[in-house]
Ligand binder design. Structure first.
Ligand code: BDR
Ligand code: CA
Length: 312
């Protein structure tokens, strides 16, 4: 029995590693990969996703679906701090893919989810624009989704774009607010836990020395270590998206807390921030479970083992 998963991503170095982890996990059946604007433009995210699937040996007729080019409310994409490098994958240049690129990611997601009610996990690793479009255009998918695992938000810690907001939520707060309001069975994997999932430099160096395809992922991780050091931050690559992918495999990696949570849309200092009701004062039923802490060791070991085993 494998677990069916749809991935929405904006690769992005940690998205790339999350793709490697999901495709490198025999427990999972990846039904579709949709690219969205986020770390890079939609065009770049789509090209990166296609090239990464080539690198991972995914059959050539498995398409990449192109999703949203910009936020739900319109306007320009919010550019990410360039920690992923100009092309999104650090200094790693992959051959241009000729894999098919399909449009209307959201309609494809809906078809897959509605065909297997209660079974499919949607793993969202970028801004939530496409998930919001999915819920608006195909509301039946809300109940039909087995689970929605989201990397995003800073619940009780500081943000990474502003003091209060995390990138995926800051890039499209209206989408994040809609998804939190309407979604069910949401597992939020926020900065509160992802900041504790760091690949250190020796591990990145060891992976980078391996033959392809593991070597390319190691090179990306090493690149991120270098960028962090150049910016005066701790040495190491924070594995935001891979931790969310690992949660799809095993929720017991994290301790979970149910809370009522919304996303601030208007604050000049707090746009995109998660506002969570830790004391139950709102009187509303909890609408999400968020990862509060790492509950079990083993994520980094599993990640490095699966990256090392790629192509074996
Ligand atoms: C999130 O933003 C992006 O930079 C990463 O890929 C991750 O999805 C972390 O805030
Ligand atoms: Ca991402």
């Amino acid at each position: 029995m494998t677990l069916p998963v749809i991935i929405s991503c904006d690769p992005g170095i940690d998205d790339a590693v999350a793709l490697a982890l999901t495709f490198g996990s025999p427990e999972l059946e990846v039904l579709a990969v949709a690219a969205t604007a986020g770390n890079v433009s939609l065009e770049q995210a789509t090209a990166n996703a296609a090239a990464l699937l080539d690198l991972l040996g995914v059959p050539a007729d498995f398409p990449v679906h192109a999703g949203a080019a910009g936020p739900l409310a319109g306007g320009e994409r919010v550019p990410d701090e360039p920690v992923h490098g100009a092309g999104g994958l650090g200094g790693v240049k992959l051959p241009v893919s000729v894999r098919p690129i399909e449009s209307d990611a959201v309609a494809h997601m809906a078809e897959l989810i509605l065909a297997r009610p209660g079974e499919v996990t949607l793993l969202a690793l970028g801004p939530l624009t496409d998930v919001a479009h999915l819920f608006e255009r195909f509301p039946d998918t809300i109940a039909a989704l087995g689970r929605l695992v989201v990397m995003g938000g800073a619940v009780f810690v500081q943000g990474n774009v502003t003091l209060s907001a995390e990138f995926n939520f800051y890039a499209d707060p209206e989408a994040a607010a809609l998804v939190l309001e309407r979604g069910r069975r949401i597992r939020l994997v926020p900065l509160d836990v992802t900041r504790k999932a760091v690949v250190d430099r020796p591990t990145a160096e060891r992976l980078a020395a391996l033959p392809s395809p593991a070597g390319e992922f190691g090179a990306m991780l090493l690149d991120m270590c270098n960028t962090m050091v150049a910016r005066g931050r701790p040495d190491g690559a924070v594995m935001h998206d891979p931790l969310a992918a690992a949660v799809v495999l095993d929720e017991s990696l994290l301790s979970w807390e149910a809370v009522t949570a919304t996303v601030e849309l208007d604050g000049t200092l707090t746009r995109g921030a998660v506002v969570a009701d830790a004391r139950g004062v709102s009187g509303r039923e909890p609408n999400i479970r968020y990862g509060r802490d790492i509950a079990a060791a083993g994520f980094l070991t599993t990640l490095t083992e699966r990256l090392t085993g790629l192509g074996a």
